[in-house]
Design a protein around this ligand. Sequence first.
Ligand SMILES: Cc1cc2nc3c(=O)[nH]c(=O)nc-3n(C[C@H](O)[C@H](O)[C@H](O)COP(=O)(O)OP(=O)(O)OC[C@H]3O[C@@H](n4cnc5c(N)ncnc54)[C@H](O)[C@@H]3O)c2cc1C
Length: 455
Amino acid sequence: MKERVVILGGGAAGPKIMAKLLRTTEYDCQIDMYTDEDMISYSACGMPFYIEGLIENYRRLIVRTPQQFEEKGANIHLSKRCIKIMPDEKKVMLEDVKTKEISYADYDKLAITTGARPYVPNIKNINLKNVFTLRKLEDAINIKDTMLQSKKAVIVGGGYIGIELLEAFVVNDLQVDLIERSSHILSIFDDDMSELIKTHIESTSPDKVKIITDDAVIALIGEDKVEKVVTQNGKIIDTDMVIIASGVVPNTEIAGEAGLELGVGNTIRVNHRMQTSVKDIYAAGDCIENYHLVSRSHVWIPLGSSANKEGRCAAINISGGYDTLPGILGSSVTRYIGFTMSLTGLTERDARNHGFDVITTVTTKQDKAGYMPESENITIKLVADRRTQKILGAQAVGAGDADKRINTVASAIMADETVDDFLHLDMTYAPPYSTAIDPLLSAAIVLNNKLKSND
Ligand SMILES: Cc1cc2nc3c(=O)[nH]c(=O)nc-3n(C[C@H](O)[C@H](O)[C@H](O)COP(=O)(O)OP(=O)(O)OC[C@H]3O[C@@H](n4cnc5c(N)ncnc54)[C@H](O)[C@@H]3O)c2cc1C
């Protein structure tokens, strides 16, 4: 008899599981996907670029339509929210988002891919019009429509989404105040690197952008739609729209209520095969806890890159195969108007917090031969452990190709390389691509010299 696989959530991890199961012809199953949205499988990561205008039609962000999956034999149930998981009966309880009608679905294997939702801080009058979060495609459409009629915006939060929206708004000629509660924007970077990022943003768009740190929005003012923002430090800022980009929380309440073991920040704890603590229930994507390969600790770093890999791994195991994911490095990248910001592994701050004997180096070099017209600077920060001489992490920012250097370091960390191993890496060189000694290797040489002089 066919196994019944139920997938909850249709963002990134869910469709990945479904696509992989549909390709696994030796596994005879019936797949039912339930999502509370009226769309599945679109690129949330592309939404800031749709808002900016780089992608004209939001439909381009849809990776696969429900019809495409249904033609391959899966059943897609839109606007159906799972409100209860009943592991003893191997059932889920569903509510139709529009009619509130209740129904049930039986499963042999269940995959929870319910993702995360925006965290909305306690702000007075948050329900005024023109106040948005960005998570769903309809959010992107509404933000873009409002942006096109606006002159001023306030972004609450200086993380990746806040910075990508900042670019979108500035390119569309808006005046933007970005308000960040902590002392630095993009605080997943070390403070020295965040400072470089802030300096770049402010110098690129001096008349357009004001970055306010160490302050928080506490209230919004307006009749019907938002007109002013009030901050904790007493600033009152005129605005036409507000974006709340203050982080995310995992959608794991139904998993917790069903007795699944939860981990960091109420994420679902899974093993390396994406199995939860309850038999035949798998989970993947933003709703699960991650294992960090350098700190060897549980963390929560929700990213689309991980969600897809976890979905693939879950599908292989659901279909009776065997696959494991060792863990993550939290490798990520974003940009602000021609300036790339990327990192992998541990920052200096994280490494110290985890008790490593930290040594670092920060170097700025051109990313291509200096005489090439497209040559640009990148600043690379390498973090290593003095005791083991292993590379722990790297951050790279600049107008040059920062992310390719970070991906190289990610490979080195996965291979458990010491700085000395790493600086002998045979990297490519031609003037339009690199320098004879790549800036990353130059950084490693400086770090190695520092390590040796400490011996
Ligand atoms: C603006 C933006 C930009 C991003 N940029 C990047 C990037 O550049 N690189 C990167 O790696 N990551 C990026 N991300 C993160 C990436 O989009 C997420 O990591 C990824 O979407 C996670 O996929 P997921 O399937 O776990 O969750 P989601 O995509 O959130 O999908 C979960 C789905 O489950 C549904 N759901 C929730 N609860 C229920 C329920 N009870 N019943 C039924 N359905 C439910 C949700 O409505 C949603 O449709 C970005 C995210 C955003 C918002």
